[in-house]
Design a protein. Sequence first.
Length: 478
Amino acid sequence: MIKDKQQYLDIFGVTEQDLHRLTGEGISRGGDYVDLFFENTTYGNLMLRDSEVTSGGQHIDYGVGIRVLSGEKTGYAYSESTALPDMLSACKAASAISSGNPSVTDYGTAAPFRGSPNPAADRYPVGKHWRSTPVGEFLPFLRDLEKEVRSRDARIVKVIAMLSWEVSDVLMFNSLSELKYDTRPMGTVSVSAIFQKDGKTENKTTSRSWRTGVEMLTGELIRELAGLVVKGIDDRFEAQRPKGGKMDVVMGAGASGILLHEAMGHAFEADFNRKGQSIFTGKIGQKVCAENISIVDDATLRGNRGSLNFDDEGVPGQRTCMVENGILTSYLHDRISARHFGVSPTGNGRRESFRYAPIPRMRATYMENGDAAPEDIVSEVKKGIFVDEFSNGQVKIGEGDFTFYVRSGYLIEDGRLTRPVKDINIIGNGPAALADIVAVGNDLIVDEGAWTCGKGQSVPVSCGIPTVLVKNLTVGGE
């Protein structure tokens, strides 16, 4: 949502003159660039465990973060009060932290993002507002969700259904006189079920999350989540750990994109490349994979969990092609890295809240469609494994090495999916795995689960991928 500018000024009790005074204070103390990030966020949640409400609540987080850049130094301070004396004190603290570096003054005097926010271009559709809906109205939805899940499988012994929501009013201003504002909604529903059969226990969790309003809570969503949480449970009970070793791996469309996000996406974030810590440092313009592969980080998907009207530096959200037809074409930039590389920021400056300075982060990261049919990709594999649900990934950005735990999948034998497998690790190297992708499906799915990315601070993201075949990954099994 994008309200009238004055509404945001009123929420934070500031005037445009106050904003100019704060940024001017930072510049007068030796800063090259100053920005302000105001936030007013309402958080709420409700949990139903075996038909009983076990937790619920609502709280508000409010304040302003002030960043002063001077040369290569960053000063950051925040205040939970937006009274002018308190903000001036925080500005003074940020200026003191950043002082002592020679000024480079190369942020420019022209403001490339000076235009006002456009409500017609808002990417957060809201029909019914979270803040104005009584919490009690959400309980029937969760009860219906639990009932539907239990009706799908008699082996279910426990169900946990949870709804969480947040709405953030954000106002941003900087020493280039760029003023941006919007209201960011988020609704998330998750459901977990525990199954028991013949002394064995299995569990599964699934979720859906969007930047939208209460209207997302539909019967259709209940049926979708219930179907997903029981899907594949028969195979889970029968699954075994396979023999390990080097083999072909087919990654299923959708949630497998988390491997793309972790093993490759982070290495494209420009702060790692600016500091020479990424395996992709210095490789802009070079071929990094096959010509049929393009990888995108996108803030423009309407209602998507990772989408943004503006990033947390006031840069318009945009679609950034990192790899185009096999060539590395762009890193993911905030304003600092963009200045360093002499390019425009890509709208990837993000932060967890006003208490944190922005850094380059992903939004919705996915690989674009290829031209192969998914069934043809599987049929090409003589011996390998099909995986469709990852968790607990670890990546070394500098070396590109990764390890991912696979909760479910199937052996591929002579071009067919055969025995179900579980509890295995996929081990490889990001750039090597990217170069070893030999087939890309035509079935891209951008997963709509509640993905959250941690990098010293947490932000909502989404990920996606079509079915792909990767040669020579290490499968850790028996």
